[in-house]
Write a protein that binds this ligand. Sequence first.
Ligand code: NA7
Length: 536
Amino acid sequence: STRLSGTELDVVVVGAGIAGLYALHKFRSQGLTVRVLEAGAGVGGVWYWNRYPGARCDVESVDYSYSFDDDLQQEWNWSEKYAAQPEILAYLQHVAERFDLYRDIEFGTRVTDIELDVPTLRWTVRADTGLELSARFVVLATGPLSNANTPAIPGLESFAGQVLHTSTWPHAGVDLAGQRVGVIGTGSSGIQAIPHLAAAAERLTVFQRSANYSVPAGNTALDDETRRRQKAGYPQRRRLSMHSGGGSPHLAHEKSALELSDAERRAAYEERWKLGGVLFSKTFPDQLSDPAANETARLFWEEKVRAVIDDPEVARVLIPRDHPIGTKRICTDTGYYQTYNRDNVELVDLKAAPIDRIDATGVHTTARHYPLDTLVLATGFDAMTGSVARMNIVGRDGVTLNEAWREGPKTYLGLGVTGFPNLFPLTGPGSPSVLANMVLHSELHVDWVADAIAYLDAGGATALEARPEAVADWVAECSERAAGTLMTQANSWYLGANIEGKPRVFMPFCGGFGVYGQIIADVAAADYKGFDVIVA
Ligand code: NA7
């Protein structure tokens, strides 16, 4: 080899978030040489970047934590039912130290190019630092929500005050005392940040384009007794999670929403409401497939929310009319709707008067001008494909991944792309991904890839490559499954609808986390059916 020793690796992992950290640990313990390349200055991925006030996970901390090491899960103590960003980041830093991961991570290293060398089927990976590595396998642990969306609002760059994006919030925090603050966006990030921004600022103006459904998190501090019970129940908890629809140990009611009496149905919704958060959208098995069942959930939600908003006109604007409940990810909040009862908060309905432009002094809608000192963009992400789209990934015949995915992402099982042998996108399109608990999902994917590598090595083979017909079948299966639900009835980021010009394809596999886990395990057990096993 003409390359320097140390640059020839078994695996390059892109990203040191939840999936990347576990990938490093798992592959290394399998005897493979691994480097992780990370753009940020520290570990944590989404939890490294998204430091806006109020940032909190919408999956319970006991579930949103690694399962691969029992000592870790028994020793770590979560302080709250739903952990806030600083605690999750501290947990991931703890994991990185505990498993001695730092020595194999290059920070401040943004991958720019990943190119296949066809005769050897090795990948050359280049970063913006000039680093160049060669690897047999590339694992894209870049996360489905890591490429921020900054809307192209005319004049945005001319604003004289500070512009902050929730996903790149300054690490030192921001002092908003005495300021007129505007926030654009009322998705999960906006809905979590708004109560905090309202408390910190002199005045807060919320620019809402689409109303969203949000359910109170019901967050509480965890006491020793609760933690003890949770830890003792881990084996059962994890088993249930792995077979569940969304990767947490809560099963939908065994009956359809429409089979129950009004009182029984109410009691079931009430129970989920108390549990808090996103699971409300899965109270009944038919809630996301039968419009009549969905409407029962929506009405329950509307009644709850109306009850906490003082001004009926404000309530009218805050209540969505454009999509069934749960077809965009339900948001999870702490005091969101009550924030609009404050004297220093104003809600601007962009459906009535859209933003026309921004100038040095603030935001102009078609109706009026709002003078501002700080503008917060809670405008989301180019989700699922955006994270890999900004790398130049070149496979067979010089075709880039962006070209291969021009009409929408095309994968087999979310784990293989024709023309890109041994390149594994994790938790991306074609997998349950953002519809599931991302920690367990990351473990599921990493374990599958680790087994695939062991399988190739045991057979003296070089590469796995998804067959075109397997990809076509999987893409068809994913869209058929989505078409059987109400999920395609919202202009969501699941569908790419939030990014102008992005193809409209429902990107996640929506057949459930447990079902998906079984499908990919069956494929592995059937000698990686649908993949070519190549000897170079
Ligand atoms: P989301 O859910 O994509 O929300 C983005 C919000 O920003 C949403 O309300 C958008 O309105 C709004 N938006 C985006 N562009 C504009 C423009 N140009 N003008 C006005 N409003 C705009 O992102 P989040 O970060 O909140 O959450 C992403 C996921 O992270 C979340 O689902 C959790 O899984 C974690 P729109 O709805 O497009 O009308």
